[in-house]
Design a protein around this ligand. Structure first.
Ligand code: TRP
Length: 451
């Protein structure tokens, strides 16, 4: 693998494709963000809206990004240039470049938290503490001006070192082995959580929707969460699919990714909500929810410390496979569009993300007074990326694929490596052409207060 040219590798095996794509999709979004966003938004009603978005927007978007990426074999900007002569579509490329940088910045902060919790698990500092003590422990840590930033920077260094090794060696090997292990651990933890006293209440909170709770904020948050979790709307999957082979079955891979990603999110909910109600924690606690809930569960388990170590290790790995793919998107983009070397790009990315990430981290503690549009910096960066840029990106992708690309080209690409039925294709196509754009534009307009 050469580092300084734009020479492209590709994924080697079918399982490798799925494992790596799932590795990019499954991450802190499923295990940290989904439960707390569901909690803040009242549980069941949010989850129903979320599932509708996964099916009607998420899945068609995954397929569309796969189509664009594999058909052109290029980064998002190059891909749009190849498929359409209209120059303004390339502006989309810029979005695909800014979005992962913003996400990587606040994501690394939370990834750093998982590293701290892994450390605390190993040292035994989480063992034997009450729910109250665990809560103040997290507050103290996350508001500290130094410690979370050190972890964040270490995490960024790790990400960038793996990225330096190139796509095949780094991502594929790690995620092939560890993703299934993570899944297994989640199943075991879900089983344990369901034995807790608060299990029934937790499940009711998740699965008994109170439709009066659906507000425009719930809808927006559910969509932002669906996009974030599936990694759609920012060209990530265009970049990934540009490394797919012609034999890769696009519709099937898309369905598998959507199902696995959603399963992991729901499993995380099944682990967390029973514990929330058992230990008297508020489900609407916010970003700290996972970090103050799970150590309580581990404390109740035989061999809890070992489970805790295993869990935070795997969560850190899940975060790592996601941060690697974010950095890979930026690298592919800059290498192909600006002919810069991998090393230079990664160095630049490190500097930018360390600064922005530090600001995000500090905004939870000493810089909490600084509010922009009513938000602290951390949640502003998250909101800009997940709710504004990804919605814009998603709208661009469906409008582009539905209205600016010849339908037959899309169908033929989908048929490579699959036996997609015409009727399934028709359903996909009409969703992309009509339903998704109308839905996304409505949401965007309401976001800006225009309707
Ligand atoms: N889907 C990832 C998660 O749930 C986060 C993510 C968003 C992401 N956009 C991405 C990961 C782009 C890789 C590439 O944690």
């Amino acid at each position: 693998m050469s580092n300084n040219t734009t020479e492209r590798g590709s994924f080697t095996t079918k399982l490798g494709v799925i494992a790596a794509t799932v590795g990019a999709a499954v991450g802190l979004g499923n295990i940290w963000k989904f439960p707390y966003t569901a909690g803040v938004n009242g549980g069941g009603a949010f989850i129903i809206v979320y599932l509708i978005f996964v099916l009607f927007l998420g899945l068609p978007l995954i397929m569309s990004e796969f189509f664009i990426g594999r058909n052109t074999g290029q980064n998002p900007r190059g891909a749009f240039r190849t498929l359409s002569k209209i120059k303004s579509w390339q502006a989309f490329g810029l979005l695909c470049f800014i979005c992962p940088i913003l996400i990587l910045s606040f994501y690394s902060v939370v990834a750093g938290w998982t590293a701290e919790y892994l450390w605390l698990s190993v040292s035994g500092d989480l063992t034997g503490k009450s729910a109250q003590e665990l809560s103040s422990l997290f507050q103290g840590f996350s508001q500290d001006p130094v410690r979370p930033i050190i972890w964040m920077i270490l995490f960024l260094i790790l990400t960038i070192s793996v990225s330096l090794g190139g796509i095949k060696n780094g991502i594929e090997r790690v995620s092939n082995i560890l993703m299934p292990v993570l899944f297994l651990i989640l199943l075991i933890l879900a089983g344990r959580s369901l034995l807790l006293e608060g299990a029934a209440e937790g499940l009711r909170f998740m699965f008994q929707p109170d439709f009066s709770k659906i507000t425009s904020k719930v809808i927006l948050d559910a969509m932002g969460q669906a996009f974030f979790s599936l990694s759609v709307g920012m060209g990530a999957l265009i970049t990934y699919a540009s490394y797919f082979k012609k034999e890769t079955n696009l519709p099937q891979t898309a369905v598998i990714v959507a199902i696995l990603d959603t399963t992991v999110a729901i499993l995380a909910g099944i682990i967390i909500f029973p514990a929330v109600f058992t230990f008297g924690i508020s489900p609407a606690q916010g970003p700290e929810l996972v970090f103050i809930t799970l150590p309580n569960v581990f404390n109740q388990m035989t061999g809890g410390q070992l489970w805790s170590i295993l869990f935070f290790f795997l969560l850190a790995v899940a975060a790592l496979t996601s941060t690697i793919s974010m950095s890979e998107i930026v690298v592919t983009y800059m290498m192909e569009e600006y002919k810069l070397s991998r090393k230079k790009i990664l160095l630049g990315l490190f500097v930018v993300c360390s600064i922005l990430g530090s600001l995000c981290s500090l905004s939870l503690g000493v810089m909490n007074d600084i509010r922009i549009l009513g938000r602290d910096i951390f949640s502003l960066v998250d909101f800009t990326a997940s709710n504004i840029l990804m919605t814009l990106g998603g709208a661009s992708i469906v409008i582009f694929v539905g209205w600016f690309v010849n339908k037959e080209i899309i169908y033929q690409e989908m048929l490579q490596g699959s036996k997609m039925k015409r009727s399934f294709f028709a359903m996909y196509y009409y969703t992309v052409k009509y339903i998704a754009p109308v839905g996304l534009i409505t949401i965007l307009l309401s976001q800006f207060g225009l309707i």
